[in-house]
Each structure stands twice: as C-alpha cells, then as structure tokens.
Design a protein around this ligand. Structure first.
Ligand code: NDP
Length: 494
C-alpha cells in the first residue's frame, strides 16, 4: 500500500466561496480499507443547502452565466476535462482512499469523468432548435433553453464519475447546479469544485454542499426554488425524492437500483462466460447498480460452470485498493458490510447453498477495513429474498434454468429493470432474448461496458429518464415555441 495520506480539512463550495457549515459541524471521513482518518468535511444542513439554492437561483436569474455562449460553455468544459486528466493520479488515489475501490477501477472512473466532460463540451454547440412550416404570415420556431436551477444528488459508489454524469450535461445546456455528494464520499466532488473554480466557471453556477440526505438532501429535493432534481441512489430514497419534488412539480430524473440477470446459455463461449459472471458480480465489490447479481445458468452446464467459477475465485485478491494486484477492496462502511452480512444469513436461512465466501477474511491486513469475501449462493430460487432484493455487495445468486422461455421469465421477474447480460454464440437466440428483456441496457457476450455517448437508465423501478449521450441532455432542456404574426391587420374576432 502507498504511504499514509495526511488528514485534510475541506470546505464546501457555495456561491463561489469555500465555506464551513453554518453550524460549524464537521464529519470525519475514514479510509474504508485501513480505518485511517483521511479528511474532515463540513456537515451541511438544511440551512446551508438553502443558501446554496439561493446562490444558484441568483446565478441563473441575474448572473453572467446566461450570457455565456454555448461555444464558451463548451470551452470551459473542455478545460475541466483536461484538468481532470492532468490530476488523474491524484484523483484516482483519493477516490480509492475515500470509497475503497481498487486503484485500476478508480483510474477508469477518473478517465470516464474526463471523457464525460469532453463529450458534453462538444455537445454544448449542438443544441439546436427547429423551424416549422406554418400558415403564411406566421413564423414559428422552437428554441431549447436551460431548465434553470438543477439539484443533483449522488451516491457513494462512483463519486467522481457520478458528479461528472450530473454536472457536465447540465452545464453544457446552460443550467446552474447544486450538487450533494454522499456524506461518505464527497472528496473528489470537492476537488472537482476546485477545478471548476480554476477554469473560470462563474461563482454560483456550481455549488457543492456536503451533508446528509436527511437535512441537506431533502431540502434540495423539496425546495420550490429548484427547477429540476436529478438523483442517483436507492429506489426507496428515489420515492422520497419524488415526493419532495411535488412541492413545485419540478422536473425529475431518477437512476435507481437493480437486481440484474446475467444469463448463460449452454452454447456460450465457456471461458468468456466464466469471466463475465465473475466480473459482472464482483467488480467494485458488487457495489454497482448494474451488477450481474443473479446468474441464470442453463442446467446442462450448471455444474461445469460453477466448478470453473469456484476455481477462479481465489484470483480475486482482497485488500486495500492501493495495494498492487488487489482486485476487490473493502465495502464502503461497517454498517453497509453488516447489511450485506445480514443478506448472507437470510440466504442460508432460505435454504440456498453457500458455495464460497460469506465471511470476513482473516489476517492482520484486513482487521481495520470493511472487508468481506466474495460470496456465491447456488440453487437459489427466484422467490428467495437474495434473488429479489438489491444487496449491493459481493454476493452472487445462481439460479438454474431449463429453457430459453424460462430464462426470460425469470430475468423479467423483478421490480427492477436496469441491466442484463446474455451469453450465447447463437446470434438469433441472443437477439430474441435481448428483445424480450425489460431493462435499460442489455449486454451480449460482455458485461458492464457503457459509453458516455450512449444512454444510461432503467425500466420499471430502476428509474425515470436517461442520463448520458444525446438523451442525457434532453432532461436539462426546456422547449419553447416562438410564434410570430407577420400580418399587422387586427384579427377582428369581436
Ligand atoms: P441512497 O439512496 O441511500 O443515497 C443516495 C444519495 O441520496 C446520497 O447522497 C444520500 O445522502 C441521499 N439521500 C438519502 N436520503 C435522502 C433523502 N431523504 N432526501 C434526499 N437525499 C437523500 O443510496 P446509496 O448512497 O446507498 O447508494 C446505493 C444505491 O444507489 C443503490 O441502490 C444503487 O443501485 C444506486 N445506484 C444507482 C445507479 C444508477 O445509475 N441507476 C448508479 C449508482 C448507484 P447521504 O448518503 O449523504 O445521507
């Protein structure tokens, strides 16, 4: 592991100023892999959030930002992308210390955040309206305008990437933002605010408020001064956000949880499917909304696939994310580990077969962190809680199936609809199955890749709306019809 970090005291970024919480309250943040104190951040409350919303409102209604051209907004966002790249190693290591993921995954996230700013920097100048054919003596056209003040609330599993997915499209479209990171992982978002200040984005256009969901977050969701709320997090929280948003019927987009099927047919490339099953379930410690946490396996290859998976499990090296060769880090907090362990107890009680894991790893290097072994349950029935509820940790439920129809039925038998994987060499079967799965992304012979240029979001209770790609900017735009009469004669109606 790299040398111990120094504890840094952060401030929040509100109205172009670095401020403490009004109450003076702070929160200590600990490295989830070592237990070491890494930072102290302001514990913002409803009052701090209210100030940030006022600043954003002022910046949108009266500030200079509305007069900044799309070209210049794009140039600023390109600068943000470049600055993230210039600091990529620092940001990746900070992300590891704050949320625990292995360094290679954090490096990927930082690169993705830079790419996201770059994509939307280019898109800023491609937000076009429409001119329509209307009766003579009239002109009518459509302009697309920013929604206004955007409240953005993000979770702890991809802190910098989620901040980029929220801020980049909103700013490209000319909005102003108040972003609330998870109280557990605000550090890279605060470093991003420093970058945003340095490139010259005007005060009040981006505000980052640290603090808990209940207090700071719900104030943002319910404030009548906020025009749109964009949320990524759990489905239960999403419901509360939606209720808060009714105060002024603000626009809303929700990216929520998943219980995603990863379906392996007997005719799949066997080795590729083994890798895909493991990567789908255990990347980022399984703390992934799109994790392939239900492995549906055709019965004829069930035993062979399980044997091959178990053979590879020892290759998932556990440890601190900065230790070379580590493939799985600690869980985000001891509370969260406890929640995942409870699900393991539930799985055993429900009668599923525990094939591996289920324990905290032993050894001095694991004592201070929130480590948990990769865990696999076999013979899981679709009705068990471990097959239906999002565990959000390194727990894989294996469900055998006999026919293609049955696989599709089990895959869709969930309240969620975020992601799915299909493994087969039969292209017709692959397309047939993908067509019938109700999810926002379906992978064939791969698992997890997604692109900033393509949409991201869920069916059913996995969310409302889409982020990323051309679709992602739509949620940050209003549409206005301009209707002009060229005939000066009174209409003579009365
Ligand atoms: P939570 O829903 O607990 O929290 C998400 C964010 O919402 C945090 O910033 C949290 O604040 C805030 N929050 C909590 N309660 C409220 C409230 N009443 N009002 C306003 N804001 C609130 O999710 P987790 O952070 O535990 O993240 C895990 C969840 O996120 C999983 O369900 C996962 O599936 C989902 N997720 C979805 C993704 C997608 O793209 N669909 C991507 C990544 C994660 P705080 O924690 O600081 O109190």
């Amino acid at each position: 592991m790299a040398a111990a970090s120094q504890t840094k005291t952060y401030r929040m970024w509100i109205d172009g100023k670095w401020v403490e919480a009004l109450s003076g309250a702070t929160r200590d943040l600990f490295d989830p892999g070592s237990g070491e104190l890494i930072a102290r951040v302001p514990e913002g409350s409803q009052k701090d959030m209210s100030l940030a919303v006022d600043a954003a409102r002022q910046a949108f209604d009266q500030g200079a930002w509305r007069k900044v051209s799309a070209l210049d907004r794009g140039k600023l966002l390109f600068k943000v992308a470049n600055a993230i790249r210039n600091e990529s190693q620092f940001l990746a290591e900070l992300e590891v210390r704050n949320c625990g993921k292995p360094l290679a995954e954090a490096e990927f996230d930082v690169a993705d955040a830079a790419n996201c700013f770059e994509f939307y920097a280019g898109l800023a100048t491609k937000i076009h309206g429409q001119t329509l054919s209307v009766p003579a003596n009239s002109v009518s056209y459509v302009v697309r305008e920013p929604v206004g003040v955007c409240g953005q609330i993000i979770p702890w599993n991809y802190p910098l990437m989620m901040a980029a997915w929220k801020l980049a499209p909103a700013l490209a479209a000319g909005n102003v933002c108040v972003l609330k990171p998870s109280e557990l992982t605000p550090l890279t978002a605060l470093e991003l605010a420093r970058i945003i200040e340095a490139v010259g984005i005007p005060p009040g256009v981006v505000n980052i408020v640290t603090g808990p969901g209940v207090g700071a977050g719900d104030e943002l969701a319910s404030s009548p001064k906020v025009d749109k709320i964009a949320f990524t997090g759990g489905t239960a929280t999403g419901r509360k956000i939606m209720l808060g948003a009714t105060s002024n019927l603000k626009k809303i987009s929700l990216e929520l949880g998943g219980k995603n099927p990863n379906i392996v047919f007997a005719d799949a490339d066997f080795e590729a499917a083994v890798d895909g099953a493991l990567f789908g379930a255990f990347a980022n410690q399984g703390e992934v909304c799109s994790a392939g946490s239900r492995l549906l396996v055709e019965k004829s290859i069930h035993s062979a696939l399980i044997a091959a998976i178990l053979k590879k499990i020892p290759r998932i090296k556990l440890g601190h994310g900065l230790t070379p060769g580590v493939k799985m880090g600690p869980l985000i907090s001891s509370d969260h580990r406890q929640k995942v362990e409870n699900y393991i107890k539930i799985g055993i009680k429900e009668g599923a077969t525990l094939l591996c894991g289920g324990q905290r790893p032993s050894g001095a290097e694991f004592e201070a962190g929130n480590f948990l072994e990769p865990t696999i349950f076999d013979h899981v029935s679709p009705q068990m809680r471990i097959a239906r509820e999002e565990i959000f940790g390194p727990v894989l439920s294996v469900i055998p199936f006999e026919t293609e129809e049955q696989a599709i039925q089990i895959a869709n038998d969930t309240e969620y609809g975020l992601a799915a994987g299909v493994w087969t060499k039969n292209v017709n079967r692959g397309l047939r199955v993908m067509n019938q799965i109700r999810a926002g992304i379906v992978w064939l012979n791969t698992y997890h890749p997604t692109f900033n240029e393509m949409p991201w979001g869920g069916y059913k209770q996995s969310g409302i709306g889409r982020e990323l790609g051309l679709y992602g900017i739509e949620g940050y735009l209003e549409i206005k019809q301009i209707n002009i009469n060229l005939d000066e004669t009174p209409i003579g109606w009365y």
